[in-house]
Design a protein around this ligand. Structure first.
Ligand code: 5GP
Ligand code: ZN
Length: 118
């Protein structure tokens, strides 16, 4: 747990969230500002600031992606499909510095990104 980290506090329950998934090391909860019909955030108990820091923890990555796979399968979101996004740094648009994975689902999500090639 990292002091003053919003998502560590959500993991511990100090800050409330609407949980959709929970085991000993991972929680999934509703994003407070949804960007799709279903917009969940999945986080690991072990605090890392972003995906570059989490990258060396294969177990933690597996824990999170297994949780996402279980949750989406249980909710039948895997049939139509979904999108997993992790933002990193300034250009990535990261605003909370505890690694998290957005799961967007429930409707066609449209094109990815904003780059327009000519
Ligand atoms: P980022 O911009 O870092 O990729 O994503 C951070 C996400 O956390 C945003 O989508 C934002 O809406 C969400 N968020 C920020 N504060 C809270 C909060 O207190 N509770 C919940 N559930 N989501 C939050
Ligand atoms: Zn944290």
């Amino acid at each position: 747990m990292s002091a003053n980290c919003l998502f560590c506090k959500i993991f511990s329950g100090e800050i409330p969230s609407k949980k959709v998934f929970e085991n000993e090391v991972v929680i999934g909860f509703h994003d407070i500002h949804p960007q799709a019909k279903h917009h969940l955030l999945f986080i690991h108990k072990n605090h890392t600031k972003d995906i570059t820091e989490m990258a060396s923890d294969a177990d933690a990555l597996s824990d999170v992606f297994s949780a996402i796979a279980s949750f989406t399968k249980a909710k039948n979101l895997d049939e139509a499909g979904f999108r997993v996004v992790t933002n990193m740094g300034r250009h990535g648009g990261q605003t909370v510095f505890h690694t998290h994975f957005h799961v967007l689902a429930g409707e066609p999500l449209g094109p990815f990104g904003t780059y327009k090639s000519l």
